[in-house]
Write a protein that binds this ligand. Structure first.
Ligand code: 0L1
Ligand code: MG
Length: 268
């Protein structure tokens, strides 16, 4: 007689704790999926529990991020599916500020567009409905960092690791009626362009990231609230960060945002 195959329930708290410890200790982990089968539903449950650790250390929720929303990112990471992560205020880096590499494991930067929401988002919505919920738009940089060794992961691994979320910067805010469908984006390190792209590379239009976010929120067990920041995802492949680097992003029409990596890597 065929035996019904039963999957053992995954230990969500254990995996969330391990990922949180990897972040705080700076010691990366082997992939979760190497040890056991992890579904996407499991992965979003681990992500939620992982972010609870930050919230228990006094962070507050500030928004969400979409990842893997451009072909360049999908090709770089070998995963072609938009993913949903959670942002907290402790991840915010001041525009013009400085970070230390010792606070991260293997950080990279990505050129993005950010939205500030004035209304909640959820369910199946159109681009026009998504844009009606937007208060403002800004050029933005995301700092990503994988808690897995060598930045190697499956879709479920990276979702569990909160989509590699580590930091984000916001440039000047603008009214949302600016046409953001095809804005030139230049990421510079030490004054040299290292990634050049267009906002059109973000799912064809960055507002489509809002539509995807609204769709994925239920799967992620999350609610997208008014007042949230939404990072739309990178227009290009990510660039690794080095000691002393000056990083800036210029987005046509909407301006610049940037920061510096400290020379002295002692954590402040
Ligand atoms: O924000 C992103 O597009 C990255 C999502 C996770 C994949 C990665 O770490 O590169
Ligand atoms: Mg990103």
């Amino acid at each position: 007689m065929a035996r019904a195959s039963r999957r053992l329930a995954i230990d969500v708290a254990k995996h969330a704790r391990a990922l949180d410890e990897a972040m705080t200790s700076g010691i990366p982990l082997p992939q979760l999926s190497a040890g056991e089968a992890v579904t996407l539903v499991d992965a979003y449950r681990i992500q939620m529990a992982l972010v609870e650790h930050r919230l228990n250390r006094q962070d507050e929720r500030s928004g969400i991020k979409l990842g893997l929303t451009s072909r360049a990112k999908a090709a770089q990471m070998g995963i072609a599916e938009p993913i949903y992560g959670r942002l907290t205020d402790g991840m915010l880096i001041d525009d013009g500020g400085e970070i230390t590499l010792s606070a991260y494991i293997q950080p990279r930067v990505e050129p993005e567009i950010a939205f500030l929401l004035k209304a909640p988002l959820g369910g199946p919505i159109s681009v026009a409905q998504a844009m009606a919920a937007v208060e403002a738009i800004a050029p933005a940089i995301e700092v990503i960092d994988s808690r897995y060794r060598d930045f190697k992961f499956t879709l479920a691994d990276v979702v569990a690791d909160n989509c590699s979320a580590a930091g984000y910067l916001l440039g000047p805010w603008h009214r949302p009626d600016i046409d953001i469908s095809n804005l030139g984006m230049v990421l510079e390190i030490d004054g040299r362009p290292v990634q050049i792209g267009s906002s059109a590379a973000i799912l064809g239009h960055p507002a489509r990231s809002l539509v995807q976010a609204a769709r994925l929120a239920a799967l992620a067990g999350d609610r997208i609230q008014a007042g949230y920041i939404v990072m739309a995802g990178s227009a290009t492949a990510a660039e690794p960060l080095k000691v002393g680097a000056a990083v800036s992003l210029s987005v046509e029409t909407i301006g610049r945002v940037g920061f510096r990596v400290a020379m002295d890597q002692q954590q402040q």
